[in-house]
Design a binder for this molecule. Structure first.
Ligand SMILES: [Fe+2]
Ligand SMILES: [Fe+2]
Length: 309
């Protein structure tokens, strides 16, 4: 199973003035005044990353949130168009980030679900119809967590993002338990299990990621769940820096956790510039990890010589 992983591209379309209220105004201020806009170039870099990624003939494409900057319809439309060659070319799964559920309005309107529903609602892959069976029936918002089945691989897709002034997330005990049950069920039938979330479970030093105002409020409960019922591989984004760490399960097994960082930033630092991953996951074992990246000023994506293996 060859898996493509991208994340945190933050398509940004400035909203009309009447949209500049409340949290969105604060977000715009952050993006512009802190200079973040100049460091992200989703329109150019996603197109290049997608073109580069098509060469790997992957079996599955996953995206771990923050498609947009402000959860605007126009941003979702732009993102969907840019990712279309992957979304329409292979089984694909997309989960929200905190920027995609940015305002209460976006969440109430299930805006991301409206644009990206065919890749968010779970189901079993229907090879003849080239879609996740059942996903087209989505009406309204996805009831997270959900699972996707593709051959002997199960993907547990979660969404702990909440609208609000802070960039924090929270699963809640029920969602953690339901996700854990989906992992247990998949392992029970002998599947390898991929677990997707937007927030980092662990920081790059291997400690729980609990940076105030930016992390999961119930990260300790999540980690306990992952230790009890370990997936084969955990993928996430949110913190715009690529890293790989390992969680020790209660059984003693090591669970690789990979942060894809961002696929649209412009930086001279390899871990912080636009990149994406290609994983080979076979029989629950992560056999190989490759990262492609585009450094500021470079013309093409190339292999990242960093050690993620
Ligand atoms: Fe992000
Ligand atoms: Fe985020």
């Amino acid at each position: 199973m060859r898996i493509l992983h991208m994340t945190d591209v933050h398509f940004l379309m400035p909203p009309p003035i009447k949209g500049m209220i409340g949290k969105r105004a604060l977000g715009m201020a952050n993006l512009y005044l802190a200079g973040r806009k100049s460091h992200f170039d989703a329109a150019s870099l996603v197109t290049m990353a997608v073109a580069d990624a098509l060469q790997w003939d992957a079996d599955l494409f996953v995206f771990t949130g923050d498609l947009t900057a402000l959860a605007l319809d126009k941003e979702f439309v732009q993102a969907r168009e840019a990712f279309a060659p992957l979304l329409n070319g292979m089984p694909s799964i997309v989960i929200p980030g905190n920027h995609d559920t940015y305002t209460k309005g976006a969440t109430r309107a299930a805006r991301m679900d409206h644009h990206m529903g065919p890749w968010m609602a779970g189901g079993a892959w229907d090879e003849a119809a080239r879609c996740w069976a059942g996903a087209h029936e989505l009406v309204g918002a996805v009831d997270w967590p959900v699972s996707f089945r593709l051959g002997s691989t199960t993907v547990v897709a979660t969404n702990p993002c909440r609208p609000g002034l802070r960039a924090t997330g929270r699963f809640g005990a029920e969602a953690i338990a339901r996700a854990e049950a989906l992992v247990a069920e998949a392992r029970g039938r002998g599947d390898q299990v991929l677990y997707l979330l937007h927030y980092p479970p662990l920081a790059k030093d291997g400690e729980p990621y609990n940076r105030s105002g930016h992390s999961l409020e119930d990260v300790d409960e999540l980690l306990a769940s992952l230790r009890r019922q370990p997936p084969s591989l955990v993928l996430h984004g949110h913190k715009h820096e690529a890293w790989r760490v390992e969680l020790k399960a209660d059984s003693g097994a090591g669970v690789p956790i990979v942060n894809c960082g961002t696929t649209s930033a412009v930086s001279a630092k390899p871990t912080r510039t636009a990149g994406y991953f290609i994983f080979e996951l076979e029989q629950g074992e992560l056999r190989s990890v490759r990262r492609r990246m585009l450094l500021a000023g470079a013309a093409d994506f190339v292999d990242d010589p960093g050690d993620y293996g």
